[in-house]
Design a protein around this ligand. Structure first.
Ligand code: ADP
Ligand code: MG
Length: 323
């Protein structure tokens, strides 16, 4: 039984509408927001906002502290999404975790978008085939989503498993939105939450969010104007919204980040991913991808909470990602 916003104390119809318009469409989203954030969004005082948040936390059963056994229960729900490559899965401890952000960075053409496409296919498979039986939301900032590529990868799966997968069914469960600038990109996470909420009780709840590229708009827009601090603050909030999405939906979150091969004074060390420290601390798993011979790519796990740094070799083939 879902609690409606209007069922919360201190929320009347007008406030409910303002909250929904501002992207706070669920009790859970309100429960994990800050009073200042909510006050601005709904045009209410901060003390009222704080009361609404408390009511939402009660309704959503989200407290400030959790005991370890409760955390353990939620951790048990963490899904592992297969990349389709054994070595790659192995260095990730069996696959890519849900309830976490996985950042993949690398130069142009290193295979970041290919990985996104492959995960968008794999996540729809049942658990025994490495999937999470879920739908996909893709925020595409560079116009690189290609349905034709999904078809090739689904055909690749049919071949692999000797089944007759229908690529059109797979395409129907990939929800793509173009992001035209960084502000639009930020707003699309709210839209994604709404869509995920609608699909929550369907046979394919959203289990994968892809933001490809996370940083391109921010990078382009903040050249020559604004400050690094401005950009970082916006990116930081965006990442927290994304993390929240992953937690609330038990979803895998993949974000991509391009490394420039040319030195760039404004953005610092070219061998370091764009985004600097904030991105480094927020993304739970960081993968560095680089080209090797032919269709081979080297994937390096450079940061993970409970796994050693390690490398895997994969191939980007027409049928998809393979060992
Ligand atoms: P980026 O890291 O910039 O997102 P991409 O994921 O777009 O890089 O990788 C592009 C590369 O993927 C191409 O250069 C090619 O090597 C490979 N690739 C793309 N499409 C196919 C395909 N249909 N068959 C085989 N390889 C492909
Ligand atoms: Mg790309």
């Amino acid at each position: 039984s879902e609690t409606l916003l209007e069922d919360l104390d201190h929320v009347g119809p007008a406030t409910a509408q303002k909250l929904i318009d501002a992207g706070f469409s669920t009790v859970e989203a309100i429960a994990v927001s800050s009073p200042a954030e909510l006050a601005t969004a709904a045009d209410i005082g901060e003390s009222t906002a704080a009361k609404i948040i408390l009511a939402a936390r009660k309704a959503a059963d989200i407290g400030g502290f959790e005991t370890g056994d409760v955390v353990m229960e939620r951790r048990k729900l963490v899904g592992k999404l297969s990349t389709g490559c054994k070595e790659f899965n192995d260095i990730m401890g069996g696959g890519i975790d849900s309830q976490a952000i996985t950042e993949v960075y690398g130069e142009f053409g290193s295979g970041k978008t290919q990985l996104g496409h492959q995960l968008a296919v794999n996540v729809q498979l049942p658990q025994e085939k490495g999937g999470l039986n879920g739908s996909v939301i893709m925020i595409d900032t560079e116009n690189t989503f290609r349905p034709e590529r999904i078809k090739q990868m689904v055909d690749g799966l049919s071949e692999l498993y000797g089944e007759d997968y229908d690529y059109e069914e797979f395409l129907k469960h990939i929800h793509v939105a173009r992001a035209y600038n960084s502000n639009h990109q930020i707003l699309l996470v709210d839209a994604a939450s709404e869509l995920a909420n609608q699909l929550k009780d369907s046979d394919k709840p959203v289990r994968l969010l892809i933001v490809d590229s996370l940083t391109a708009h921010f990078r382009a827009e903040y050249i020559g104007r604004g400050t690094l601090a401005d950009r970082q603050q916006k990116l930081n909030k965006h990442l927290h919204d994304i993390q929240r999405f992953g937690d609330l939906n038990n979803a895998v979150v993949l974000v991509t980040n391009q490394v420039m091969s040319k030195p760039d004074a404004f953005f610092g060390d070219p061998t370091k991913p764009i985004g600097g420290h904030i991105l480094g601390h927020t993304s739970t798993f960081r993968l560095y991808m680089r080209k090797s011979k032919g269709d081979k790519r080297i994937v390096k796990l450079v940061d993970a909470p409970n796994l050693p740094d390690a490398e895997a070799v994969i191939s980007v083939t027409t049928a998809g990602l393979r060992d």
